[in-house]
Design a protein around this ligand. Structure first.
Ligand SMILES: [Zn+2]
Length: 73
């Protein structure tokens, strides 16, 4: 077990209820809730990246885990 590795949690998407993997809970969401990639794209289109960050947190930490892993791996 590597204690330096962040623990991946599967939160629930606050929009559609789909699994929403995250390393950390974002403070603007209820405990156990995040956002899935599909709804994230919708939020970005509708409200923009800044609002996404404010509402749902940072990519690669509070949501969008797979994408950021793929780009840094
Ligand atoms: Zn969703």
């Amino acid at each position: 077990m590597n204690s330096e590795q962040k623990q991946l949690k599967v939160l629930r998407c606050t929009c559609c209820g789909a699994p929403a993997p995250a390393y950390a809970q974002w403070s603007n969401q209820d405990i156990g809730y995040g956002i899935c990639p599909r709804c994230r794209d919708m939020v970005v289109k509708k409200y923009g990246e800044r609002r996404l960050q404010w509402l749902y947190g940072n990519r690669g930490e509070h949501h969008s885990i797979e994408e950021s892993n793929a780009s840094t791996a």
